[in-house]
Write a protein that binds this ligand. Sequence first.
Ligand SMILES: [Zn+2]
Length: 126
Amino acid sequence: MTELTPDEKAELRKAAEAATPGPWRREMIALAPGYMTIGVGTTELPVCIMNGVVESPRGNRDATYVAMASPSTVLALLDENARLEVEVGSLKARVPPEPPTFCMYCRVSPVRWSEGRCLDCGEPSK
Ligand SMILES: [Zn+2]
């Protein structure tokens, strides 16, 4: 799966914050055979109308998925993502960098390090 860029996350957040928060639900509506609305639960405010989902189990699953991906759900995921990014940054800052897997002086790989020096040639790991 492709990771969202910061700009894509910002656009997603902006769209979710501007939309009706939900919760959303699937709702049958008599617009025409095969149509289904996905919205906040009133026929006065349909948010999304999908065609052809009623006859198809796959379309029904898609409609359920779209209804579950309400703006409040997307915002909760973005909030969790932002919190986890901060947590990962904090953890990365506390972990010392891994020494290289080979010695750039004697080219031994995998190199054996002791106190930051190659055990074969004694040069520092840089
Ligand atoms: Zn070495």
